[in-house]
Design a protein around this ligand. Structure first.
Ligand code: PMP
Length: 432
């Protein structure tokens, strides 16, 4: 009997014993194409020797030094490299162990920044409905996914949620995409004014939505308007690129494509690429300076932050991405994946929508393609697709839709950046 506590208590999962390029191998020797990189994690596949060698070297040299006493070479080098390529004025990197911790850190940093800035009344966080920002209690409170929040409510109460803005499905019939984006952004200003212009500390959003709906790009002009509104009211813009960052969308950071830089940026999954648990929160020099010149102490921290082995892995991952120009490869393979997805599935009677960017794609499944009427959530279509694909040797990530009748079930594809066209073809054969 297994003593591991699995998330799905009654599932019997195969034992993963090996990784080979884009494939995972179970104890029976069956191979699975990692078509979702777990959940947009394994961007370099599973046997990248540069990363594994970096980890081994670092473990041999130094496994742990508490950041209350030391910094470490890999953490310093990784921070330098990230800042060199980061958007806007991002200037400092706070390392954590994953996405939820990055979001928790961002929320607490925003709060402390305003406190040190002499504006203690700025306590309110605005996020978007249907969003997911992590599973720890603060990050869960930021997320607007009603189903995930339900059994843990009341969560942090000073959070409110405005409409999300998706490239599809939520715009009025006679509205252009651009106008829809501006209308959705306007909800932010309306909410700030409703709460009181000087009471909001930050707005958090995921530039290309991965969690909840699976790879939905934003509407052009939306984030530019969001940035303007944040600037007007002194509200910090936190972008959650835990899933969509690190090259996944064909840009090193997803917000690069919007021409917008945040005040705080959260990254995780692709940073460790599955080789080590690592995440990071990047903030501007202005935010850091306010704390450094104020109390001089960020009241937040975890034992394993900036772990040297995790940092060494992250450093090797980022070097691998940059030196091999994998972001350009993501764009090229992304064009191929999009073409094949549309060719095979666009006419399917139950495919409502195909959209994405780079190697980050989602497909919506609906009861009726013309009306886009979702399947009854009780049918569990996304979960059944995941199971069937898995049996066929494909790992794809299921998303059960929004359960509000607006969006159907989805599967998300986020294959390794090193996937060949033939491997992508094989994955789509399995899905088909
Ligand atoms: N934010 C987003 C956008 C995510 O997709 C996730 C993970 N799915 C998280 C935060 C939380 O990350 P983690 O699971 O590493 O805590």
């Amino acid at each position: 009997m297994s003593h591991v506590f699995p998330r799905h208590c009654h599932s019997t999962q195969p034992v993963a014993v090996g990784g080979d390029g884009c494939f995972l191998i179970d104890a029976d020797g069956k191979r699975y194409f990692d078509g979702s990189g777990g959940a947009a994690v394994s961007c370099l596949g599973h046997s990248n020797t540069r990363v594994t060698e970096a980890i081994k070297t670092q473990v041999d040299q130094l496994a742990f030094a508490h950041t209350g006493f030391f910094t470490s070479e890999p953490a310093e080098e990784l921070a330098d490299l990230l800042i060199k390529h980061a958007p806007g004025d991002l200037d400092r990197v706070y390392f954590v162990s994953g996405g939820s911790e990055a979001v928790e850190s961002a929320i607490k940093l925003a709060r402390q920044y305003h406190l040190e800035n002499g504006e203690p009344q700025r306590r309110h966080l605005i996020a978007r409905r249907q969003s997911y920002h992590g599973n720890t209690l603060g990050a869960l409170a930021a997320g607007g996914n009603a189903w995930r929040r339900a059994q843990f409510s009341p969560l942090l109460t000073e959070v409110s949620h405005i409409a999300p803005c998706y490239e599809y499905a939520e715009r009025a019939e006679d509205e252009t995409l651009f106008d829809y984006g501006q209308r959705a952004a306007q909800e932010l200003e309306d909410e700030i004014l409703r709460l009181g212009a000087d009471s909001v500390m930050a707005f958090i959003a995921e530039p290309v939505v991965g969690a909840t709906l699976g790879a939905v790009p934003p509407v052009e002009g939306y984030y530019q308007r969001i940035r303007e509104i944040c600037d007007t009211y002194g509200v910090l813009l936190i972008l959650d690129e835990v899933m969509c960052g690190m090259g996944r969308t064909g840009h090193l950071f997803a917000c690069d494509a919007e021409g917008v830089a945040p005040d705080i940026l959260c990254i995780a999954k692709g940073l460790g690429a599955g080789y080590q648990p690592i995440g990071a929160m990047l903030c501007t020099g202005e935010i850091y300076g306010r704390i450094a010149d104020g109390t001089g102490f960020f009241q937040h921290g975890h034992t394993y932050l900036g772990h040297p082995v995790a940092a060494a892995a992250g450093l090797a991952v980022v070097r691998e991405i940059l030196e091999n120009d994998l972001v350009a490869q993501v764009r090229a393979r992304g064009v191929y994946l999009e073409t094949q997805l549309r060719r095979r599935f666009a006419q399917h009677p139950h495919v409502g929508n195909i959209r994405g960017r780079g190697l980050f794609w989602g497909m919506e499944f609906v009861a009726d393609r013309d009306s886009k009427r979702p399947f009854d959530p009780g049918l569990g279509i996304a979960g059944r697709l995941k199971k069937a694909a898995f049996a066929n040797g494909l790992i794809c990530y299921p998303m059960p839709g929004t359960r509000d009748g607006r969006h159907g079930d989805h599967v998300m594809l986020a294959p390794p950046f090193i996937s060949s066209e033939a491997e992508l073809d094989g994955a789509l054969d399995s899905l088909e």
